[in-house]
Design a binder for this molecule. Structure first.
Ligand SMILES: O=C(O)c1nn[nH]c1-c1ccccc1
Ligand SMILES: [Mn+2]
Ligand SMILES: [Mn+2]
Ligand SMILES: [Mn+2]
Length: 333
């Protein structure tokens, strides 16, 4: 990567050995205008962030300082212009405004590389003020079928996709906020005895893809249900967990609630299981079809949850899944 040369007529901000706010601001505007960043910089960002997240614990533990706000966002699914709207309304990531993105950054929406690179650039600039949980769409199988692999190859190249894939395997699987909120993309487990220590001890690097069973798969795939107990998944992968399962998990682990994403909610968020299971989803007008709002949660040092909703904004006329692997679609018909 070092040997690659950026041409002298490259019209963007240059990236040196460290990320800068100036580079992020310029990249943000370039992406809004349908431009890309130089391949050399894509590689640099991917290599730097993979190293950072690889060394993070499987469950990152975060305390919110007095003068800081931590915003928890759910699925963004490549809806770059809606993410710009979220930052316009709520403020951009900074030293004092921390963000946690709770998986499913990519796939479906056709600005997935833009969202992934923007999140990664912020992670590189502020590694202790910007947090990322893996979602079930940060996996090879989903990226092949739902557009991210195709978009990487169309906008950059195959090596960029392979580096993104490696970075996704390195991502933490959960974040604990103030010892009270357990944040993960999917949800809880088929086993009542899982503790936070089991998550801390889980070696996520042994298994790059979540597979069809186990703690990692369940953290990325499960869904809440209203009925007590456990039930079959509507997705064919994982399972569903009832309010009693959530209550027991929170009681056993000294938690106020779990915060998860993974499912659309018409209001952008929903408090379920007597307020102990909160779903937050940040892709309004999902896939340009569902009439859902988006939402995000602001958390201060008092650890109160402040829910905010927002609406989709106009975007360039590129449909969802514009770069999807059509051969996959043809094999499905
Ligand atoms: O693409 C989605 O909406 C999604 N978000 N999380 N999981 C999925 C999903 C899973 C299986 C099949 C289709 C979509
Ligand atoms: Mn999703
Ligand atoms: Mn998901
Ligand atoms: Mn849209």
């Amino acid at each position: 990567v070092e040997s690659m040369a950026v041409p002298s007529d490259y019209d963007g901000v240059h990236l040196g050995s460290e990320m800068t706010q100036e580079f992020i601001d310029d990249m943000t505007e370039r992406f809004k205008n349908g431009k890309k960043i130089h391949m050399k910089y894509v590689y640099q960002i991917l290599i730097a962030v993979t190293k950072i997240v690889y060394d993070e614990p499987t469950m990152k533990e975060v305390q919110v300082p007095d003068d800081t706000t931590l915003t928890v966002c759910g699925d963004t699914h490549g809806q770059y212009f809606d993410l710009m709207e979220l930052f316009r309304l709520n403020g951009k990531p900074s030293e004092k405004h921390w963000y946690l993105f709770n998986g499913d950054f990519v796939d479906r929406g056709s600005w997935s590389t833009e969202i992934a690179l923007l999140l990664y650039a912020n992670k590189w600039l502020h590694p202790e003020a910007f947090f990322l949980n893996r979602g079930n769409h940060e996996t090879d199988d989903m990226n092949r079928a739902y557009g991210f692999e195709g978009e990487c190859k169309a906008k950059y190249n195959d090596r960029v996709f392979r580096l993104f894939s490696e970075s996704f395997s390195a991502l933490p699987l959960a974040t604990l906020i103030g010892d009270k909120y357990f944040v993960l993309h999917g949800g809880l487990f088929s086993d009542d005895n899982v503790t936070l220590d089991d998550i801390r001890k889980l070696n996520r690097h042994k298994q790059r893809q979540p597979g069809q069973s186990g703690l990692m798969m369940e953290m990325l795939w499960t869904d809440p249900q209203t009925e007590p107990g456990r039930g079959p998944s509507k997705r064919g992968v994982g399972m569903q967990f009832g309010p009693d399962v959530t209550a027991r998990f929170c009681e056993k682990n000294g938690l106020e609630a779990i915060i998860r994403s993974h499912e659309v909610r018409m209001d952008g968020y929903q408090e379920e299981h007597n307020g102990k299971c909160i779903t937050v989803f940040s892709a309004p007008k999902y896939c340009d079809m569902t009439e859902n709002r988006g939402a995000y949660i602001n958390i201060g040092s008092d650890l109160k949850l402040n829910f905010h909703q927002f609406d989709a904004v106009p975007h360039p006329d590129i449909r969802p899944m514009a770069y999807a692997n059509n051969s996959m679609m043809s094999s499905l018909v």
